[in-house]
Design a protein. Sequence first.
Length: 229
Amino acid sequence: MFFAQQGVGINTNDPQQALHIAGTTSTIRLDGLNAVNNASNSGDFDGNGNLSDNTFPLYINEDGDFLLDFNTLYISEDEDAIQTTTTITLNPFTNSDGNGAEEVFSFNVTTTRPTILEIKYNISFEVNSNAAGDEIEDYLSRRITNYFTVGGATYGIASKNFTNRTPSFSFGNTGSNETYYNVGRGYVSLPAAQTYTIRFFGEVSSGDSYLATSVVFGSGIDSLLFRMY
């Protein structure tokens, strides 16, 4: 570290500002902003063991302080964002293409200026063979998808493929009922100051008209975050 009258230089003895860190690979580390010391740092949130792909925006407040926390338009926190479940049931031979979609819930957002809206969601679902909750016992796959729309455009598509057992010639009740989640994220340009409706959808695809499938969306604890830029 080099000290000079005009500033403090790190890796340089000719600082050009009050603090000048020289070097093409130089970085700054603030322990007060790491996952251990700062609740706004979620650390390895995707659970893949790679911290390099988990980054968080850094903000500067009116006093010039560096912060990780931000002001949200809406965040569900410890509350369940979806209070009412929505069920999509595909009955054998009554659905021509083996697909079904329903609106799960919606939110209205009012802006006072053109803005970018960030939306993150975590929507729960259960997969059964019928609306009574009987388990699926075949080994065939179903696709469960969530997304949201604004002004007719689709954003934040997230899907999971569900199958309940491996192929075999054995019979019997080998299925299981569990709660699964689709996690999605999207950025929407809102070009004018007005009220927008954000509609969240659930979609089920069995791939064939004869496969009985029933999916309950909002069966667990769901989360939602809206943030404006």
